[in-house]
Design a protein. Structure first.
Length: 263
């Protein structure tokens, strides 16, 4: 199991133009205890083949894997079919681009019905999401990259283990899981039930203490050990979402996570 850093951890600098993706890759190599990175597609300067090739070559030059490419964002729970169709095109187009980048996983969302005044339990919502995901899964069979959906609380469709199993039961083919250790509404209960499904893992931080732990999620060390015991050999990505200075918080959090990994 290895560590990665999401470009979202520096989204203030990246969104504000104070850093670009190439500088992010340099920082990951020089300042952070990681073997890989996760790139938010919005942080790429362009999506043309020349730019994607340059990003991949830069990552290779720093001996960094592009562990995950995250679509930010798609929403298959939107009420309008035309909007859902556009999001299917977004996900499938980034599957192709992820292949060009050499990314291991493409992270996509299922949907956020609460954002569109739709009910989580509405059968029509689940049908809409499943139809969109089926198209994406079918398309992913033509790509090297694994398509994986992320559990998400708040207004997300898959916010418990039951939801994960339900959506997977509605789709034929290989649909992976990005297991976010912070994003189940029932916390570790659903983590326990879906840990073995993980193709990629997120450790989201809202705060960081002096040790480098997230006081809101004090179980990360135990969960990393449990992932190893499960046989997980992929990446754990830090997603820093807090208010503290990124340049201090991100290295501290990653140093803590690094210490939690088995020797």
């Amino acid at each position: 199991m290895r560590l990665a850093c999401s470009s979202y951890s520096y989204h203030d600098d990246l969104d504000g133009g104070e850093m670009d993706v190439f500088e992010f890759l340099e920082r990951a190599e020089t300042d952070l205890p990681v073997d890989g990175v996760e790139l938010i597609e919005e942080h790429l300067p362009d999506d043309d083949p020349e730019t994607l090739s340059a990003v991949r070559e830069t990552a290779d030059s720093y001996d960094l894997d592009i562990a995950c490419l995250s679509v930010f964002y798609n929403d298959f729970a939107k009420a309008a079919r035309t909007d859902r169709r556009e999001d299917v095109r977004t996900v499938t187009s980034w599957l192709d681009r992820a292949d060009a980048l050499g990314a291991n996983v493409v992270r996509a969302f299922t949907g956020f019905p609460g954002l569109h005044d739709r009910e989580h339990g509405d059968p029509a919502v689940w049908r809409d999401v499943a139809r969109c995901l089926q198209e994406c899964v079918d398309y992913a069979e033509t790509c090297e990259t694994t398509l994986a959906i992320e559990n998400h609380n708040h207004d997300g469709l898959i916010r418990t283990a039951d939801d994960v199993y339900e959506v997977r039961s509605r789709v034929n083919g290989e649909l992976g899981l990005v297991l976010d250790l912070a994003n189940y509404v029932d916390g570790r209960e659903s983590i326990e039930r879906t840990r073995h499904l993980a193709d990629h893992v997120h450790a989201a931080y809202d705060a960081v203490d002096d040790r480098g732990a997230d006081p809101d999620h004090p179980y990360y060390a135990e969960e990393l050990r449990a992932l190893v015991d499960t046989g997980y050999e992929g990446y754990v990505t830090l997603e820093w979402e807090g208010e503290a200075d990124d340049r201090e918080a991100v290295p501290r959090a990653l140093a803590y996570l690094d210490d939690c990994l088995p020797a």
